[in-house]
Design a protein around this ligand. Structure first.
Ligand SMILES: NC(=O)c1ccc[n+]([C@@H]2O[C@H](COP(=O)([O-])OP(=O)(O)OC[C@H]3O[C@@H](n4cnc5c(N)ncnc54)[C@H](O)[C@@H]3O)[C@@H](O)[C@H]2O)c1
Length: 314
């Protein structure tokens, strides 16, 4: 496993943050600085994770802190700080509380790491990317929301389970905002290169699409307290690794659109090339009228959150 001293700060040492720290360190991708507002929490989790290094055969260090000076010159900053959804709570209920938290932590973190790339996880994630863009003043290439990687992993899982095939052979294409207005594109989703509509009836595909849309809520209902974190943490690892290893993977990410897909000045999930510079390219595919309408509806739901935040701050 390669040893490297690249530095990732993960803000929020809760379920997603600490599991993402574990995944990043165990993959040998970077040293990790865990930061949380709760004293002792990031320090305790970091020490526990570090003590597992000899057994997990990696050489990364994991540090815990409540002080942003320790995060100086991070290459990537992952923001998971905030409140998680509880049963019966919509992602959007979190909007205003989490906007305040994200604004605060991003402002502090970018002061010490002005050249970093931000990966935003806190929900509602599309709106939180808007907050992070404003708080950091970074260009859109360096402020990226995690949602599509998770949504497409869920869609791939459900397709693989349904067909009884390896999820490694399933590739799924998801556009739009995280959550109810996500826009999965079955005709661009394939099993070993075979388009999904050639393998499954439309009703079956629609059922799996709906389960994917409800994927976060399904886990919240089962857990009773807290929300998904294993697959979200794996999604963070994929994005961080593609950036730090300059892999130029094509991943669905929430980015600010400036006219792409006929959408302007709104953060929406689209396929991008993710490399050392962050979002290196936005890939535009031809959409049918229905798909374009679904994407527009998804972007309008993000707009309503952005408008709510603007009204509340006024
Ligand atoms: N984008 C996605 O697809 C996706 C997936 C899963 C979870 N999430 C979101 O990620 C966030 C974290 O989820 P979780 O399950 O880890 O929650 P969690 O409650 O386990 O952890 C959140 C952590 O943030 C910390 N925190 C709160 N305010 C802070 C501040 N001002 N500074 C530093 N730390 C602060 C808390 O102390 C806590 O440790 C939630 O908003 C959740 O909805 C998003």
């Amino acid at each position: 496993m390669p040893v490297c001293r690249r530095k990732v700060t993960v803000i929020g040492a809760g379920n997603v943050g600490s599991t993402a720290a574990q995944r990043i360190a165990e993959a040998g991708v970077a040293d990790v600085y865990l930061v949380d507002i709760v004293e002792g929490l990031p320090q305790g989790k970091a020490l526990d994770l570090t003590e597992s290094a000899p057994l997990q055969h990696h050489d990364q260090w994991i540090y815990g802190s409540n002080d942003y000076t320790d995060t100086t010159e991070s290459d990537v900053i992952v923001v998971t700080a905030g409140l998680a959804r509880q049963p019966g709570m919509a992602r959007d209920d979190l909007l205003l509380k989490n906007a305040g938290i994200v604004r605060d932590v991003v402002t502090k973190a970018v002061h010490y790491s002005p050249d970093s790339i931000l990966v935003i996880v806190t929900n509602p994630v599309d709106a939180m990317v808007h907050v992070a863009l404003e708080a950091s003043g970074f260009p859109r290439e360096r402020v990226i929301g995690m949602a599509g990687v998770l949504d497409s992993a869920r869609f791939r899982t459900f397709i693989a389970q349904d067909l009884g095939v390896s999820s490694s052979d399933v590739s799924a294409f998801v556009l739009g905002g995280h959550g109810d207005l996500m826009v999965p594109l079955p005709r661009y989703s394939t099993v070993a290169g075979i388009p999904l509509p050639d393998l499954m009836k439309p009703e079956r595909i629609e059922a799996l699409v709906q389960r994917t849309r409800d994927g976060g809520g399904e886990i919240v209902e089962l857990l009773k307290s807290g929300s998904a974190f294993y697959a979200p943490a794996s999604s963070v690892l994929h994005m961080v690794d593609s950036i730090l290893s300059d892999r130029k993977r094509v991943l669905p990410c929430a980015v600010l659109l400036c006219g792409e897909y006929e959408i302007d000045d709104l953060v929406v999930g689209v396929p991008v090339v993710l490399g050392a510079a962050g979002v290196e390219r936005i890939i535009e595919v031809a959409l049918t009228a229905d798909e374009q309408n679904a994407l527009r509806a998804s972007s309008l739901s993000v707009k309503s959150l952005v408008d709510t935040m603007a009204r509340t701050r006024a």
